[in-house]
Design a binder for this molecule. Structure first.
Ligand code: HSE
Length: 428
């Protein structure tokens, strides 16, 4: 029988406590499945005295995660501190330099420093795994890196922030304004300490950039993700989109095109009957399309103690079994810098605008769209209470550049009141 695999766990929040519970409560199952015991040598967190609902007395305590990371009795450093820099980065670097394998749930760290850390891991003969960083309990990193490794990946899409999906779902189901739904999510403890990470699309953008690196063999390019949060999504648009057979989701889309890598995380319309359209509440979904496999849909809990600890332990158990996979599914030296392409793939768009209700107004808007090369597919004008008529337009496929040219021409028509809303419709 091999010696036990010894963990050093830094960060004892919800996920850290969940990992400790699994190691303690499921020791026999972990050993039966890996052929090796899994033990905890030492732990570290900011506050030693806090009750985390799990006994910690049997483990050595380190105040400094960097010291923990390099301890002689640690084989695998489990980083659950969070943050793109600071102690998390210092400790992961220290662990890799000391020859320790690393398992992390830290999407921000990898989105900003993934390439350098992957190179450091390989230079030191270590593995750096991060299943828990993307979509919580859904084993999407393993699916992309291993199960789908023989595919050319053509598109990766997903709803990867449960908090945003909860807010958008409650706006629709409860008729809540954005502010009311945000307050409800806050009351339930769903929001990150910095809520902008959730509602600004940053957290989901981090995750998308990590999936794109694996899918397309590129270096992580988070800075090239076109980001737009959900703060400007109105209940009016949710209702009108629904009326036209769509749902609004904070949707991540990445695809490799002849012009480069497209990555966007933004509010989009998807067909209400599609799997993404039917995804309600705080759940996550990742859709992967490969040339051999076709479309794969993965759905599950994107956050929370059990699901995220499950993902951490999946990585730990791989290491216990001796499974050693490169960080992004290819040697770090083989990952090429991504050439960013700004949403150049044509798509249909949803437009909502208020028009002066007078003869010829609609013709002027149609003309501005036509002159920019944007063709109208469907259109509706609704009853109005003020002197402005609400008009909805679904375009045929067009480029964002052509649409922006049409939108820029709208003020000169003299009939468009306020700023039109424009949202991409993703065909899924
Ligand atoms: N705040 C994230 C979410 C979970 O709401 O999905 C951690 O990434």
């Amino acid at each position: 029988m091999s010696d036990p695999l010894r963990l050093g766990i830094a960060g004892l929040g919800t996920v850290g406590a969940g990992v400790v519970k699994i190691v303690r409560q499921k020791a026999a199952l972990l050993e039966a499945r890996t052929g090796r015991g899994i033990a905890i040598s030492a732990v570290s967190a900011r506050n030693r005295d806090k009750d985390r609902g799990v006994p910690l007395g049997a483990y050595a305590w380190e105040d400094d995660p960097v010291v923990l990371a390099a301890r002689d009795d640690v084989d695998v450093f489990v980083e659950l501190v969070g943050g793109s820099d600071g102690p998390a980065k210092a400790a992961v670097e220290a662990a890799l330099k000391a020859g320790k394998d690393v398992v992390t749930a830290n999407k921000a760290l990898l989105a900003h420093h993934g390439q350098a850390l992957a190179e450091l891991a390989e230079a030191n003969g270590c593995v750096l795994r991060f299943e828990a960083a993307v979509a919580g309990g859904i084993p999407v990193i393993k699916a992309l890196t291993e199960g789908l490794a023989a595919n050319e990946i053509t598109r990766v899409m997903g709803v990867m922030n449960g908090t945003c999906n909860y807010i958008l779902t409650r706006m629709e189901s409860g008729g809540l304004t954005y502010d009311e739904a945000f307050a409800e999510a806050d009351g339930l403890g769903y929001l990150e300490a910095d809520p902008e990470l959730d509602v600004g699309g940053i957290d989901a953008g981090h995750k998308l950039s990590l999936l794109a690196a694996i899918a397309y063999g590129t270096q992580v390019a988070f800075d090239a993700v076109e980001l737009e949060g959900i703060g400007r999504v109105s209940i009016e648009d949710i209702r009108q989109a629904s009326d036209m057979g769509y749902k609004i989701k904070l949707l991540g889309v990445s695809r490799m095109t002849g012009r480069g890598l497209e990555q966007s995380m933004s509010p989009c319309l998807v067909p209400a009957t599609s799997p993404l359209g039917q995804l309600d509440g705080g759940t996550n979904m990742v859709v992967i399309e490969g040339d051999q496999v076709g479309q794969i849909v993965l759905r599950g809990a994107g956050a929370g103690e059990g699901p995220t600890a499950s993902a951490v332990m999946g990585d730990v158990m791989d290491i216990a079994r001796g499974t050693r996979v490169t960080t992004f599914g290819a040697p770090a030296s083989a990952l090429v810098p991504a050439t960013p392409a700004q949403a150049t793939t044509p798509a249909p768009y949803y437009l909502r605008m208020a028009l002066a209700d007078k003869p010829g107004a609609l013709a002027k808007v149609a003309s501005a769209l036509g002159e920019a090369g944007v063709s109208i597919h469907r259109m509706r004008q609704y009853e109005h209470v003020s002197d402005a008529a609400p008009v909805l337009i679904v375009t045929h496929k067009t480029t964002r550049a052509a649409l922006d040219a049409a939108l820029a021409a709208m003020p000169a028509t003299g009939v468009v009141r306020g700023d039109p809303v424009a949202l991409r419709i993703e065909q899924v």
